[in-house]
Design a protein around this ligand. Structure first.
Ligand SMILES: *[C@@H]1O[C@H](CO)[C@@H](O)[C@H](O)[C@H]1NC(C)=O
Ligand SMILES: *[C@@H]1O[C@H](CO)[C@@H](O)[C@H](O)[C@H]1NC(C)=O
Ligand SMILES: *[C@@H]1O[C@H](CO)[C@@H](O)[C@H](O)[C@H]1NC(C)=O
Length: 502
């Protein structure tokens, strides 16, 4: 018992230290599930074929589903119980599947004033190798002729080679602006990842620049805000999105702020209660995991295949690597003892989905999320307020980040049905003005193109039935300035961070 408690404590402490350190993203992802249920998605993709077959040229273009909705309407019903392979396919976010995006939709008398976008980086090479197995053979050199590709890919590469005039904070200036290794490095953005964000940028361009003229041709450096963590995959993802959003942009107008914290807490990171809730959440996760006998058996099985102790196998976070095999249609690793197989993969993935559900029930993560995301949401809402008061602020802001950035934001604003951030996930905050009543400002919140405004805790469904077509900005402001703390029995960020612990 004592030993176990000590082990738990060490786990939590290690987790915490890893989380707080610069290279934390990876560790946290290991603990956090990758997917969850969404009961009423706007766009539903039929489960894609299971991909198990050996290394072959990627043919993701073949997955393109032009208007599946019209052609095969009965495939639109989602599996009733969460299907791990279906979920894994959504997580991969393979380019080429047509998607309906609701960004920029508002009544004709509404004017778009600003857009703030938080993205997760695109598809990347695993952060960990499975011990004693061959790493998946994936090429991170960008090749416009190889699938998946995007019409802007060749121009993107050429534009990135000219970027020396950009203002990049600190270490960002020393990072490569696009991926380039013929065997991807650990954590490196892949061509798939670049293409995913070229598509994101294209969608934002259509909806915000072409339809709503959010920025004019002669936009200035002051209108665009960009912030990225210090990883090459986030910087490169941000640049890819930006390139499709503003093709051929003038590098002299670009400045990228470096964010050292994966939760973007900038100068407000000191928050003991946040760490406390994170430790509690990790304890919950640990005890939930050891209760799952099938999962334990799967790890033991896999460890035998690989030929290392179970503990070592588990510590190598095999699901991260297996997802990469899965998303890239590369066979799972084999050794002389056998192969890791799809059943192993399904068991771990299914556990992640169940864990995500338990995580919501227990609310520890929610409390962590409120504290973790306050500085970022405060910045988001402050920018909206400044603009609504007619003061100067950026019309377009881009935060290029990680799953551990987006996931707590979703939790904090009450989007409990939203899936865990897939590769190249995008979360958008729009600010609108009613031109008939210029004092009235509204927000819309979209996740992967889907309008979730009325699923947030501060603007639930009933709002829609009232005469207001969108969510009033005041509700969002009130949520960030007050409700986030009242949920923690507190009145300010400072107090909520320093409550008496027990
Ligand atoms: C995966 O690879 C196999 C060949 O090894 C190929 O037949 C199959 O079409 C590929 N699947 C996808 C979705 O690309
Ligand atoms: C919240 O935003 C305001 C206005 O930008 C700023 O002055 C304040 O320091 C921020 N507080 C935190 C904790 O981020
Ligand atoms: C806030 O106070 C209520 C009532 O005292 C309690 O039930 C709840 O757990 C508290 N919440 C937090 C986050 O401490």
């Amino acid at each position: 018992m004592l030993l176990r408690n000590r082990f738990l404590y060490c786990c939590a402490l290690a987790a915490l230290l890893a989380f707080l350190s610069l290279s934390s993203f990876s560790f946290f992802s290991r603990w956090l599930p990758v997917s969850m249920q969404l009961k009423t998605p706007v766009h539903v993709l039929p489960g894609l074929p299971v991909r198990l077959v050996p290394i072959a040229p990627e043919r993701e273009g073949a997955l393109t589903a032009k208007n599946r909705k019209r052609i095969m309407p009965d495939l639109l019903t989602e599996p009733s119980a969460p299907d791990p392979l279906y979920e894994a396919n959504l997580y991969c976010n393979t380019p080429g599947v047509a998607e309906r995006s609701m960004e920029g939709h508002a009544p004709h008398n509404f004017k778009l004033l600003s857009v703030q976008v938080m993205i997760r980086h695109g598809d990347r090479y695993p952060l960990y190798a499975i011990p004693k197995t061959k790493r998946p053979d994936i090429d991170c050199v960008l090749e416009p002729d190889r699938d998946p590709s995007h019409p802007n890919l060749a121009d993107f590469i050429s534009h990135m080679t000219k970027g020396s005039e950009a203002q990049m904070d600190g270490t960002l200036s020393s990072l490569p602006r696009y991926p380039s290794h013929s065997l991807c490095e650990m954590g490196e953005l892949t061509q798939t990842g670049v293409v995913q964000h070229l598509y994101n940028g294209q969608i934002l361009r259509e909806n915000y620049l072409k339809k709503h003229k959010l920025l004019t041709k002669d936009w200035t450096a002051k209108q665009v805000y960009i912030e990225s963590t210090g990883k090459s995959r986030t910087l490169q993802s941000g640049l890819a999105l930006l390139y499709s959003f503003l093709p051929g942009f003038d590098w002299k107008k670009i400045s990228v702020k470096h964010q050292w914290s994966s939760i973007f807490c900038s100068g407000h990171c000191d928050c003991p209660m946040r760490n406390h809730y994170l430790e509690e959440e990790q304890r919950r996760q640990y005890s939930y995991r050891i209760k799952n006998a099938q999962l334990e058996k799967t790890y033991i099985d896999m460890a035998k295949v690989v030929g290392v102790p179970t503990k070592q196998l588990r510590a190598s976070n095999p699901i991260d690597s297996l997802l990469c095999h899965f998303c890239h249609n590369v066979t799972f690793p084999c050794t002389k003892n056998g192969c890791i197989n799809i059943e192993h993969f399904k068991t771990i993935k299914a556990h992640q989905i169940e864990d995500e559900r338990e995580r919501h029930e227990k609310q520890l993560y929610y409390k962590y999320a409120l504290l973790a995301t306050y500085p970022l949401l405060n910045q988001t809402v402050s920018r909206m307020q400044r603009i609504s008061e007619g003061k100067k602020a950026e019309a377009f802001a881009l935060y290029s980040a990680h799953d551990v950035t987006l996931s707590p934001v979703l939790s904090a604003i009450g989007l409990t049905e939203a899936r865990f951030p897939r590769f190249a996930a995008r979360l958008v905050f729009e600010l609108w003005q009613n031109t008939d009543k210029p004092q009235d400002h509204y927000v819309r919140i979209l996740y992967n193109g889907e309008d979730l405004t009325f699923q947030t805790s501060f603007c639930r469904e009933q709002e829609r039935r009232s005469s207001r077509p969108l969510c009033p900005l005041s509700k969002f402001v009130n949520f960030v300035k007050r409700e986030m703390f009242s949920a923690l029995n507190s009145t300010s960020y400072y107090d909520a961070c320093r409550q008496k612990m027990f």
